[in-house]
Design a protein around this ligand. Structure first.
Ligand SMILES: *Cc1c(COP(=O)(O)O)cnc(C)c1O
Length: 443
């Protein structure tokens, strides 16, 4: 934790920090958001995104063969973009009316692992697998990648190990795809990880190593164990550019979907995208990709739990990823899986600083309320973290953002990025839903 003097001086410079420390929900607009032409060079751009999409294309025949549920989509893993007018009416009740149309990007329905982690996590493993197989002379980029399901490749990949430290959706995604390819994969989890996740992973042939106590120490142990082995690869959520790149492909895909639904994005038709933010790879990657495509016509907002406002704290204080939420006295506890992150990744913080239009925080109970409202109104189940973006449209309107930027909100398209839900078992869904019912009843 920072000293009181240090915190006082940070608060003096950024008064909103006082509310953040008190875990009050806040709406922050980014004064340093840059117009796309002024954004500094990153190691990625449109070309890198398109190359990333080609890797997905090469793997499509593999998916068809290895995961029959992807046959219908010809091995393309994508989720629907769905308008949710009934949820919009629910949000409008006793509240400012949302101008424009409200959509949900349903990554809760992404095939195989049912969360946005399939984008980044699968991509990183595919890239590693391809590199190994190309180097060994077993594969050419022109091949039909369904051969990767053969015994020969399984035997080849079984000589390599993959490690990942994650209690949640990242562990599930990395575990499932790696085991399917034949890798020896280990997921390092804390002992309080949900039993259904550990069971599911073990059932898929993944080793699950549990650690008591401090999870970050566990991750470090996993990282060290993997990194010292030349035939092992550690998926490092905290600074993986490949994960990030995998997420950017989501932007290319949603752009196609908007076009297919005849939804315009231009100076007179602003696009707003709201994403939950954990380590920052998924929201940062999709925001980065969207900015490459739409420039200043897309406005990206992130949402964090009030107890884990990591990137928000980094940006308002200017301390970037040097500061953690524990440094300002917060406990970093939330029921929203994937969002209990006390310190954002370096890379995502740097990108967010330039690209994000604003950051909102949300209380856990509000996540459950949205979960129940969405289930009741649209029949869609999301896991708690995935509902966070739904608070976006009204907060943007209240913030005065549209006025400053002279936006025609009547033509606005709002997209809440629903990041997960498919794999949550029935009894857990019911618990979440009940918790939200109590919130709905109180409102
Ligand atoms: C991981 C995750 C997030 C956040 O993604 P980051 O890349 O960690 O920022 C949000 N929602 C769900 C359901 C997730 O699994």
């Amino acid at each position: 934790m920072y000293s009181k003097t240090k915190i006082d001086s940070l608060v003096a410079e950024a008064p909103i920090l006082k509310d953040i420390i008190r875990t009050k929900p806040v709406a922050w607009l980014n004064p340093e958001a840059k117009s796309i032409e002024n954004v500094s060079e990153f190691s990625m751009h449109m070309e890198t995104m398109k190359e990333a999409e080609l890797l997905w294309k090469r793997f499509a025949p593999f998916f068809v063969k290895a995961f029959p549920e992807t046959k219908k989509s010809l091995g393309v893993l994508e989720s629907p973009l769905r308008e949710i007018p009934k949820m919009k009416s629910v949000l409008n009740r006793n509240n400012e009316e949302i101008e424009g149309n409200l959509f949900l990007k349903c990554d809760n329905k992404l095939p195989i692992s049912g969360s946005i982690k399939a984008r980044g996590g699968f991509f990183e493993i595919m890239k590693y697998a391809e590199k190994l197989a190309l180097k060994a002379g077993l594969l050419k980029k022109e091949d039909d990648y369904s051969i990767l399901t053969s015994a020969k490749f399984k035997e080849f990949f079984s000589r390599y190990k993959i490690g990942v430290g994650s209690t949640g959706n990242l562990g599930l995604s990395i575990g499932i795809i790696s085991a399917k390819l034949g890798f020896k994969v280990t997921v390092y989890v804390s002992s309080d990880a949900k039993k259904w996740k550990k069971d599911l992973l073990r059932e898929k042939g993944v080793s699950v190593v549990e650690f008591e106590g401090d999870f970050s120490k566990a991750i470090n142990a996993g990282r060290e164990a993997t990194k010292t082995d030349p035939n092992a690869y550690f998926v490092d959520d905290e600074d993986s550019q490949d994960l990030f790149l995998g997420y950017t492909v989501g932007a290319l895909r949603i752009a196609e979907q908007l076009k297919a639904q005849d939804i315009k994005v231009d100076a007179d038709h602003p696009l707003f995208v709201y994403s939950p933010f954990g380590v920052g790879g998924s929201p940062g990657g999709t925001a980065f990709g969207l900015k490459q495509i739409y420039g200043d016509h897309v406005h990206c907002f992130f949402v964090e739990p009030t107890h884990c406002p990591a990137v928000l704290t980094g940006l308002v204080t200017g301390e970037m990823s040097k500061i953690s939420v524990q440094d300002i006295g917060l406990d970093n506890k939330t029921e929203a899986d994937g969002l209990a992150v006390g310190r954002p990744s370096n890379f995502a913080t740097e990108i967010s600083k330039q690209l994000v239009s604003g950051i909102f925080t949300i209380e856990d109970e509000h996540l459950f309320k949205l979960l129940t409202q969405l289930k009741d109104s649209e029949g869609i189940f999301l896991e708690p973290s995935a509902t966070a973006g739904l608070i976006g449209p009204q907060l943007v309107q209240k913030s005065g953002y549209a006025k400053t930027h002279q936006l025609n909100m009547k033509n606005a398209t709002h997209v809440a990025w629903a990041t997960g839900g498919l794999l949550v078992p029935k009894y857990e869904r019911e618990l979440f839903y009940e918790r939200g019912c109590a919130q709905v009843a109180m409102s």
